[in-house]
Design a protein around this ligand. Sequence first.
Ligand code: SF4
Length: 466
Amino acid sequence: MSQRTSHQPTVHLISLGCPRTLVDSEVYLGRLKDAGMAIVDKVEGADVAVINTCSFIQESIQESIDTVLDAIELKKQGKLKAVVVAGCLVQRFKEGLVKELPEVDGFVGVDGFGDIDAIVRSALNGEHHSLIRRRPQLPHRGQPSRVALTPSHYAYLKVSEGCLKGCRFCVIPKIKGPLASRSIDELVEEARRLIEERGVKELIVVGQDTSDYGVDLYGRPRIADLLADLGKLAGLRWIRLLYCHPSGITPQIIEAIRDIPTVCKYLDTAIEHADDDVLARMNRGITSARLRERVETLRREIPGIALRTAVIVGFPGETEQAFETLLNFIQEMRFDRLGAFQYSNEESSAAFRYPDQVEETVKQRRYDRLMQTQQRLAEEINRQWLGRSCEVMIDEPAPDDSTVFLGRTWADCPEVDGLVYVNSATPLVPGQIVPVTITDTYEYDLVAESRRTFIPHSAFRIPHST
Ligand code: SF4
C-alpha cells in the first residue's frame, strides 16, 4: 500500500461480491489515491473504511450488512473515523438503507467512480453525504487508474455493465440497469496498461453477460472481436472468458476461443437448469436440447475445452422430476467445473411472488445430491489429468512448504476453480508459467512435479577469460 504523509487521510476498502465489483473497487481506490489519500491494508486505525457491497442474494446481503456493522462498531470504539458504504446494497435499497444505518457517514451507489473521493472527504469532515442515482451512470469511462486488489499477474477486465436478459430469479438488471458496454478501444488500452504497469499475464474478461458485449454500442455482439484485439497484445499469456450466456455462444465466440492462441480453451457459461419447464419459467431463453447442442458443438470444435457452469436448485415450481432431469443432464454433460446455488427468493425479482415456492429443506436436499454428484464427476474428470504434461501459472508459494507452490492450469479460473500443488526444487514466483507433469489428483485439485530442470549453481562453468 502507498507511502503516506502525516496529513494524508488513510482509507481501507473492503470489496465484497463478484469480480465485477472488484474492478469497481480498484477504480475507487485509484480515484482515492489520485485524490491524495493513502490506501492502507488494515481497517483498524484507518481514517475511513469504504465497503463496496453486494446484494445479489440474501446471503450476500447479510454478509454486506454484517461487514458494515463491524465497521460501525470499530468507529464506536474510536478505531475508525468514518464509514462509507458503496455498491449494489446501496443501489438496491437506496433511501431505505440510509434510514436503517444512520451511523454510516456516506453512501454511494454502483457508479461512484467520479464521486467517491468527495464522499470520503465529506465523511471525514463529519458531513453526511450520499449519492445514489436512480439510473446509475455505467460503466466507468476513459482510463481511470486502478489499484490492484488481485495478485499483479492477473486482473479482471470488465467489458460491460448491466444486462439485457430478464432471468426471473435475478435482480441485477434492477440494480445495474440495461447493458452498457465500454468501447473496444478503451478496453484494449486498459488491457495494455494492465500489462505494462502491473505485469499482468492473465486477463479475465467479465461482465454481467459477456455474450451480449457491444450490442448496445455497435448494434451486434462483438465479444469475439474484442478477444481478437486482446489476443494481439504482447505480454499476455492467458485470456479467459467468463459469464457468457449459453444462448449467446455464437460461432464467432467458438472460433475466437479455438483460434486465438492466448485465449484459454475454457468457457464459463451458466446453464442454471436443464428442465425445459423450469428454463421457461426462469425466462432463460434456451431449451435443454439447445444447451446440449451448445456443449456438444463447443467440445467438437474445441477438443478438450474446460467448461464451467452454474445451476440453481429449488426455483419455484421445480418438481422432483424436473430436478432429476437436471441431475441427469449434469451427469451426461460432465462439466469440468460447476457451482450450485439454492434459489434465493429475492424481492423485486420477477419470481418473487411465484406461488409454488420450494421448501428450504427440499432445496437443501437437492443441493446436497447435486454437489455429491458433481464431486464424483469432478474426481473422475481430474483423474484424466494424471501423467499429463501441461503448463501451470504460479499464484503463490505454499504457506507451509518452501518446495511447494500453488498454481493453476489454463482450465482453472482464479478463486473459483481448482489448484495445482507444484513440487519444485527451484523457487518459483507468482506469474511464472512452468511446465509440469501431473503426479496425483484429487476431486478438485491436482499435484504436479515441475519439469523445470534444476541446474545447480556449481554446474555453471564460467569460461576463464583468456
Ligand atoms: S444473464 Fe440473467 S442471471 Fe445473468 S445478470 Fe443477466 S438477468 Fe441476471
